[in-house]
Design a binder for this molecule. Structure first.
Ligand code: T1G
Length: 655
């Protein structure tokens, strides 16, 4: 029926059907997702030249841009960014893409983007240069500008075009947060024009849009108002204040550079886009951007620890034993992520508070009552432990008591499905000691979650000497299935994260004992790039917990120390309202920070024991590679992503 009138290139396939509609398919070879590599853009340039000629001949009525992969386009090709960062190459490359997108927009025939799956960064910028956008309204479709997470902002004209379509408030918000929007939200903002329910409808709706010569309207005056004159300065100031609460300009310059650009040029979308290349180049060439790219690839690499292809397991039912803070929150998280969960504890009174917390989480994250209710229905109180026999994954999170854990798993191994994962969330008992007592010790792995479960992306998958590669890989697969990032860690005291945190926290506590100000130390760690200072962290973790972890790791806390005294007096930190700080409404009350000539240098000093300990953990083979240590410590402690991880920071002489 349809004939390819232009030979397919490496990345594109184009054909015109009998109605005169052109179908342009992107298919980046050898990659799971489509990207706009330099080659793909050059090939597109040639194609657009043909479209111009065909439109003049009236042989082409319009073009539908589509992907046959599960995703649309995941943006520019990040693997090329190191090479592209060269200031001698980048500005011209960007301007060339700007000219290409401008030519697409200037075509007299309608160009319609049909979107399914990921439509991100440069992919969204290309869609915005088309005349009309149709997206599938499903769970897989995500639309957004994740560039800030890579230390940059949109560079293919997207800063201006998103403001044109969505108005400055929503567009800047999308670019500054990097959030991936659901199709409904993108439609509400004006980044997308029409939604369909199913990918199969894209073809029909794309055709209709071409035949009707559909053209998306820019944002109305009401939305654009904030881009004008004094309103724009006001908005820029508000956005800057907001950014300051979250990031330090010295560490993450991209959001601030984008706001500056908006303040100067945001009144005219064309000028905004035209200003992009000059502001973009220094960001792309920065150490921050290089390190954030490293974090992206390391994080993607963690997915390879799971089982893939035909071996990829599916998980439907999770049984959690222990409805305390960790067990309850793990159960809630699994239910949030679509698993059917049974939560077991001795009686309903112990399970109820966990269910209440879960409801709060569901409301906060899912918002829509239908979604909230089905998550609530997926999480079932199970005081009898009936769910265990049906579960694909059994997670134990009861008190840290060896005998209790042994008896739980002795029972579980007899009743659970033979291929179910059996996992303990212990953070302090050696995995081997729990496993030893079992009829098959190879069945037990560790799945170590972090508190708060909903916020920390890391799960340490703990491997005992009895485990096989396949059993830990299955554990990693489960972590991935619930949207967490797994790092496989050898069973050893403190695993990776607690082990490296403890010397950092205790080092700071020691300095407080010697009279230094907690406020100063915390401010220094934050100035270095930590998300929270070590003293505030100790208060947050709980001084009793901190002390017992310290003891397990062989760190001495003298009875006469202020730390030991606070624990003895029940001043355990945030949870009791008093620790090193006094706590009110979940916030530490801090006095003014004493002045210090070089806060970042002091921060660096404080962080040194953490970096040293990470080096030791790698030397002892606790994790598979230095890269796993870096990403594990970033995801488990929040260690400065812009430095690329503790070991990368040391290598760069930054820690
Ligand atoms: N470039 C290169 N590789 C990419 C890529 C990209 N943009 N996106 C994904 N990959 C690779 C990834 O490394 C992994 O490879 C595989 O694809 C993922 O497959 C000028 C500057 C799209 C939501 O930041 O968020 O456009 O490890 O099946 O889990 O403004 O990847 O398999 O070898 O595991 O379903 C902005 C980042 C670029 C998107 C898919 N774009 N990607 O997740 O996938 S900046 C991004 C993602 C830009 C312009 C600019 C996710 C995903 P490997 P998968 P997934």
């Amino acid at each position: 029926m349809a004939e390819p009138i232009l030979p397919p290139t490496r990345n594109w396939h184009f054909e015109i059907d009998l109605e005169g509609i052109g179908w342009l398919t992107i298919d980046t070879p050898d990659a799971p997702v489509n990207t706009l590599s330099r080659a793909a853009l050059e090939e597109l340039e040639a194609l657009v030249g043909h479209f111009e000629a065909l439109a003049r001949d009236r042989t082409l009525l319009g073009v539908v841009l589509k992907s046959d992969k599960p995703g649309f386009i995941a943006g520019a090709d990040i693997t090329e960014f190191d090479a592209m960062s060269d200031p001698a190459v980048l500005p011209e490359a960007l301007r060339r893409t700007h000219r290409l997108f401008d030519r697409i927009e200037a075509l007299p025939i309608p160009i319609v983007a049909t979107i399914r799956g990921a439509c991100l960064g440069g992919g969204l910028e290309l869609a915005l240069a088309c005349h009309y956008r149709i997206a599938v309204n499903d769970e897989a479709t995500r639309i957004g500008f994740p560039e800030v997470k890579l230390g940059i902002f949109p560079g293919f004209g997207g800063t201006g075009r998103s403001i044109r379509q969505a108005g400055p408030v929503d567009a800047m918000q999308a670019m500054l947060t990097g959030r991936m929007l659901k199709p409904g939200a993108a439609r509400g903002m004006g980044l997308v024009d029409k939604l369909v329910r199913h990918p199969d409808q894209l073809r029909w709706e794309g055709r209709k849009a071409v035949l009707a010569d559909k053209r998306s309207a820019p944002a109305g005056l009401g939305k654009r108002l904030m881009a004008f004159g004094p309103m724009r300065s006001y908005l820029a100031k508000r956005m800057r204040d907001e950014a300051k609460k979250k990031t330090n300009r010295l560490h993450y310059p991209a959001p601030y550079a984008l706001i500056d650009m908006f303040e100067t040029h945001g009144g005219d979308w064309k000028r905004m886009s035209a200003a992009e290349p000059d502001a973009f180049v220094p960001l792309m060439a920065s150490e921050t951007a290089a390190n954030l790219r490293r974090v992206f690839f390391l994080s993607e690499g963690l997915k390879k620890q799971g089982l893939r292809g035909a071996d990829k397991p599916t998980f439907q039912r999770v049984h959690v034993i222990g409805a305390g803070v960790m067990g309850g929150d793990i159960a809630a998280w699994c239910a949030l992520r679509g698993m059917a969960v049974t939560l077991q504890d001795l009686d309903m009174a112990r399970i109820k508070p966990a269910l209440d917390r879960a409801k709060k989480l569901f409301r906060k994250r899912l918002k829509k009552p239908v979604a909230v209710n089905s998550a609530i229905a997926r999480l079932e109180a199970d005081p009898q432990g009936l769910g265990l026999a049906r579960a694909d994954v059994v997670i134990e999170a009861v008190v840290e008591n060896l005998e209790i854990k042994r008896s739980i798993f002795a029972d579980a191994i007899g009743r659970a499905k033979p291929d179910a994962i059996l996992a303990t969330n212990t953070s302090s008992i050696e995995l081997e000691r729990i496993a030893e007592g079992l009829s098959d010790p190879s069945r037990l792995i560790g799945l170590h979650f972090f508190n708060p479960v909903a916020q920390l992306p890391l799960v340490e998958v703990i491997r005992s000497q009895f485990n096989t590669d396949a059993s830990v890989a299955k554990g990693a697969s489960f972590a991935l299935a619930i949207g967490k990032s797994p790092v496989i860690v050898k069973s050893a005291p403190g695993f990776l994260v607690n082990r490296v945190l403890m010397p950092y926290m205790l080092g700071a506590v020691n300095r407080v004992e010697q009279g230094e100000s907690p406020e100063l130390l915390d401010a220094a760690a934050v100035a270095f790039g930590m998300p929270m200072g070590p003293i505030e962290l100790m208060d947050t973790v709980g001084l009793d917990v901190g002390r017992s972890v310290a003891a397990e790791l062989g760190h001495d806390v003298p009875e006469t120390s202020r730390f030991a005294k606070l624990v003895a007096e029940g001043k355990l930190g945030r949870k009791t309202g008093q620790g090193f700080y006094r706590w009110e409404d979940g916030k530490a009350r801090k006095s003014d920070t004493p002045s210090h000539p070089d806060l970042p240098a002091l921060g660096r000093e404080l962080v040194r024991p953490l970096v040293d300990e990470t080096e030791r953990a790698v030397a002892e083979g606790i994790v598979a590679s230095p890269e796993h240590a870096d990403i594990g410590v970033i995801f488990g402690t929040g260690f400065a992503p812009f430095l690329g991880g503790p070991l990368k920071a040391r290598q760069d002489n930054r820690a």
